[in-house]
Design a protein around this ligand. Sequence first.
Ligand code: BES
Ligand code: MN
Ligand code: ZN
Length: 496
Amino acid sequence: MEFSVKSGNPEKQRSACVVVGIFDRRKLSAAARVLDKASGGVLSTILRRGDMDGEKGQTLWLYNLPDTLCDRVLLVGCGKEREFDEPAYRSVTATMAQTVQRSGAVEAVNYLTDLPVKGRDTLWKISQAVTVTEDALYRFQRLKSKKDDTRRPLRRIVLSVPSRSDLLPGEEAVRIAAAVSVGTRLTRDLANLPGNICTPAYLAEQAVQLKKTYKGLKVEVLEEAGMEKLGMGALLSVSRGSAQPAKLIVLEHRGGKKDRKPVVLVGKGITFDTGGISLKPGAAMDEMKFDMCGAASVLGVMKACAEMMLPINVVGVVAAAENMPDGKATRPGDVVTTLSGQTVEILNTDAEGRLVLCDALSYVERFTPDAVIDIATLTGACIIALGHQATALLGNHSPLAHELLNAGRQSYDRAWELPLWDEYQEQLKSNFADMANIGGRPAGTITAACFLSRFTKKYHWAHLDIAGVAWKSGKEKGATGRPVPLLMQYLLNKAG
Ligand code: BES
Ligand code: MN
Ligand code: ZN
């Protein structure tokens, strides 16, 4: 989608479509009032007759509105004006995008960006309009033999800003948000691909492709032989039962000054998680193709950084492997030695995410990071704790945690902190090794983070458990692209 910004009256827009909001009950927004006046009261007459009362999500098309220059007007119900908050703004924007897309209009001028949202400025609304629209129009059709193409797809959306002085900052907001959307799209595409296509080697290939598109990126792929040499016994224990070799993928975006320490992102890239010998039950096991959503979000962020030429240094690391049962697979009870030298008793081969991550987290010490953030669909317990709304956040440095929580609120891609108290560490005690890889049923998300914390003592670190937010199940099954918006907001805040 092509986005631009413009300031001007709705009746003067020579466009296929003009979109304005209507509040509940039958209350015209400012832009709707201007159209009403220009057309001699057509909008108020229609509302009075009862065709629309402004409930959130309602839509009504008007054609040939007198004394306007556009082909059609879309009225979008926005709910009660007093209750028009961030989720309401996002939801009417999505309704706008989908409705215009179905209409046959190839472009539209959107005045919903003029609606007041409590505590949010024009630039926030512009940036959300871009990301929400791209999100709402996203479809994954690569694997369908017949694509259901829209006859005349929507190509261009013009976003209204209140005055000419908003044009330049508005354009910059569009540029940034569009880059975030490009990254999010890559994340969703990769995550939606099935395990037979999206293997560790495929992810590595995608990283190499990124480097081809964006010359500034650096890429390196570590093979199993190299990992063996380094001593990554934990990571290798996961891919042992798979025909697909593990890959450790490293991407570098050096947008900042040479001597500035990078932010390092580490993604869990289990391209399919059967559970291994601790085999998962069959129900919904297909969704374990999404167990590489952390990795996909790292690749998406790297793409967004390169696309917007973000002026800071970012390193993205993906620990990619497939977790399969096999004659060569790791057994419950096996003890492995991690890259850190610590030994782990693998009591459950289904707790594999922490095994690939712990070695990747030791590996990234070499970058002398400013901060390390790992992103992982790590625990089912996270869904029990926080449902499908919030990413779980845990870490060893509270300023970093707060920056991330804040970025989540700003981008409306929210996280919630869980405690990482020492007392929980006891659950990882093993009689046979330095630690066990599971901590029992209580506080499963926390004990998983406790496990990781033993490998992150040398730097500031935060862990994002995205098990509940990275994809949707049911009729709308598919990847969401979270937490790319959160991570990009964090990096943008850092870039200043
Ligand atoms: N990838 C799963 C976690 C998961 C499960 C995320 C379902 C989203 C939905 C992870 O590898 C796993 O299997 N974790 C186990 C850990 C347990 C064995 C301690 C879990 O959550 O059951
Ligand atoms: Mn698992
Ligand atoms: Zn997993």
